[in-house]
Unconditional design. Structure first.
Length: 367
């Protein structure tokens, strides 16, 4: 049975309103349809295992993350997944991961979203595994394949234990190539911590992703539609191997890009997160600052509907319907490595088109 679809109901109402117009020529179809997928991208939460502020500064990384969750929930927006691209715990402490889960998991449940965790250079692989994934302690790379309603999200571990720079081993690249050999229904989003892009801050070259061309060779010609990352503590965009790259700013503190050339200065401000809207022909990344500002004007959703109907404008529905997850036919992923969905998630049956969302994603670990 198909669940109620408020978006579809509103669309039907709009169509009825438009049908009442005197001439068909009055109708204008919007240039782009509704997105196929909607994701929330957070990065660099840097939570501590104590109640102290970060680095003895004014930065309260826990309070900022709670504010983000509260304000986003109040917006009524409902992403299919929340992707956190690393540096989740500043010192990799178990209590920090416990605090993170206590904020993110209830938030995700309330808005009906999956949670996808990625490793960062400040994270500890062993504690990350035990506290966030419920697995046995191990220092092996944490690579995962998630399926979210037909969209594949690959969480790739770019960390090097004991160091802050990033690198991806040849074994990981071979695994990634095997995964990408089978295209996903709606393409792939690659999520990682270290972005394969230049930085405008010279000091960042000391902690950049190394051997980037090896990764580029794997990604060229694949179905990867966008790369999302963090690490830099400021929002930026670029291309890599012909693929758009979007770097989310940190939720804890940001880098001040007005610093004197050659210098680096962190600031307790300009924290942000990203919205990712995946369309049939493009992927849109939008930067959202954290915090409240003086309102200049406001148009309600209801008034927006009325104005568009009055103007004879119709926004088409998504091009691609949501599909259920399937196990990718790739050699490095064995039946024994398939992870069970989180408690309360839906175990998907055989693939078939569906109307309702969110369908819980399944994820598969690198062997």
């Amino acid at each position: 049975m198909t669940a109620p679809n408020p978006e579809g109901d509103r669309l039907t109402d709009r169509q009825r309103q438009l049908q009442n117009r005197e001439t068909v020529t009055d109708l204008r179809i919007a240039e782009h349809p509704r997105p196929d997928h909607f994701l929330l991208h957070l990065s660099d939460t840097h939570l501590l295992g104590t109640d102290e502020n970060l680095y003895g500064s004014t930065v309260d990384s826990v309070a900022t993350l709670r504010r983000l969750a509260d304000e986003f929930e109040q917006s009524g927006q409902r992403p299919e997944a929340i992707i956190l691209t690393g540096d989740l715990a500043d010192k990799g402490e178990t209590r920090a991961y416990d605090t993170l889960r206590s904020i993110i998991e209830p938030f995700a449940e309330r808005i009906g979203a999956e949670v996808i965790w990625c490793m960062g250079n400040h994270d500890d692989r062993s504690n990350f595994r035990t506290e966030l994934l419920g697995e046995q302690a191990s220092y092996e790379p944490i690579d995962r394949v998630h399926y979210v309603n037909g969209l594949r999200v690959i969480a790739l571990d770019s960390t090097v234990p004991g160091h802050h720079y990033g690198d991806i081993s040849r074994e990981q690249l071979a695994w990634l190539a095997e995964v990408l050999a089978t295209p996903a229904p709606h393409g792939t989003i690659l999520a990682m911590h270290h972005p394969p892009v230049p930085s405008v801050l010279d000091l960042a070259t000391a902690v950049e992703l190394r051997n980037q061309q090896r990764l580029a060779q794997v990604l060229r010609g694949s179905d990867v539609r966008s790369i999302i990352a963090g690490h830099l503590h400021y929002s930026t965009t670029a291309t890599f191997a012909g693929i758009p790259v979007s770097v989310a700013s940190a939720t804890c503190y940001s880098q001040d890009l007005t610093v004197r050339r050659g210098g680096t200065r962190a600031q307790d401000g300009a924290q942000a997160f990203n919205l990712v809207h995946v369309y049939d022909e493009t992927v849109l990344h939008s930067v959202v600052p954290i915090g409240g500002y003086e309102q200049v004007s406001y148009v309600s959703p209801e008034e927006t509907e009325r104005l568009l109907a009055e103007a004879g404008i119709l926004i088409p529905p998504p091009v691609n319907r949501h599909v259920r997850a399937t196990v990718p036919q790739t050699a490095p992923i064995s039946a024994g490595s398939v992870q069970q969905p989180a408690q309360g998630s839906v175990q998907p049956p055989a693939p078939q088109p569906v109307e309702a969302r969110p369908l819980r994603s399944r994820f598969f670990a690198r062997r």
